[in-house]
Design a protein around this ligand. Sequence first.
Ligand SMILES: NC(=O)c1ccc[n+]([C@@H]2O[C@H](COP(=O)([O-])OP(=O)(O)OC[C@H]3O[C@@H](n4cnc5c(N)ncnc54)[C@H](OP(=O)(O)O)[C@@H]3O)[C@@H](O)[C@H]2O)c1
Ligand SMILES: *[C@@H]1O[C@H](CO)[C@@H](O)[C@H](O)[C@H]1NC(C)=O
Length: 321
Amino acid sequence: MADWIFVIAISAGVLVGTMVLRRLLSRHVVYKGHILLTGKTVIVTGANCGIGKATTLDFARRNARIIMACRDLAKAEKAVKDIRKVTQDGQLIVKHLDLASLQSVRTFCEEINREEKQLDILINNAGVFQCPFSKTVDGFEMQMGVNHFGHFLLTNLLLDLLQKSTSSRIVVVSSALHKRGNINFDDINSDKEYSRSKAYADSKLANIFFAQELSQRLKSSSVNVYCVHPGMVWTNLGRHVISPVVRWLVSPLASLLIKSSHEGAQTIIYCSIDPELNNETGLYYGNCKTESWTPTAQNVIAAKKLWDLSESLTGLNKKTL
Ligand SMILES: NC(=O)c1ccc[n+]([C@@H]2O[C@H](COP(=O)([O-])OP(=O)(O)OC[C@H]3O[C@@H](n4cnc5c(N)ncnc54)[C@H](OP(=O)(O)O)[C@@H]3O)[C@@H](O)[C@H]2O)c1
Ligand SMILES: *[C@@H]1O[C@H](CO)[C@@H](O)[C@H](O)[C@H]1NC(C)=O
């Protein structure tokens, strides 16, 4: 009898403990706005899984026309099926985009610019985390290449279309880990030295510099730029550092303690659609509110330098903004 009471007490203690821990460790804010996106066109990069898929599902429910820009069309079609099990609303269009190839980015943008009459929201979400050293088609280190350079060219090639809308938004998905970044302009592709974690942090700092510089350049336009850190989210982003077995083992605890993809998508959704943010640009957001830039992020000189370097390395030969 006493044993049973002991077991029940321990179980209750553990349950309450984890719930408290969950509350303490992260604030799982959910965006409450009921804005519909009927008639709006959105592009989400990396829409087939994780935060990108959760964002796409939310936008489908809001009746948007969503272009899912993915490198693996089979995975993207599978994601469409999954989303269609939940909602029939909105329009889902799958298009091939490999951010590790500038040619693929150009082909994608040519098609979009030819076929779409408008683009209201661009979400630069796709990302690669701590992969072994490898290069993109164009010789960029993979994390910097996909997370930054690919999105740099993509965004720039879609700017004219974005500017056609009376108001449009670009959401850049960065990470709190950017604060560990310190971009080495003399070794941007990690040819001399490669650290998986440093290259990731540098690429996410590059996202921040890009968002800031872009917002400056678009100051007098109708395009606003929002930079988001989603928080710790239980996705398959860690695929290069956690084996599938370990992932499976820690999954129950992880999903208790850190955000789900749905929760991780909330600040992106908020920045994409909330009318309160109509006049905001060039700011940093987490948990559906503005946060101050970290000291690392406040380096205007590095931001400018990265822009110029990116312009020349991606061969962006466009009129200056
Ligand atoms: N999860 C977190 O805790 C966390 C924290 C801070 C920031 N973030 C950021 O959130 C974003 C989304 O990550 P996630 O957690 O949702 O990870 P995820 O589930 O691994 O999703 C990453 C997405 O990016 C795509 N992608 C990777 N390389 C690509 C390429 N070369 N071309 C096109 N798409 C490519 C992936 O496609 P495949 O499925 O084909 O690989 C996938 O759709 C990333 O930018 C990440 O840095 C995440
Ligand atoms: C944005 O600015 C316009 C023009 O100054 C103003 O009319 C509008 O109320 C502002 N919107 C918000 C949400 O602050």
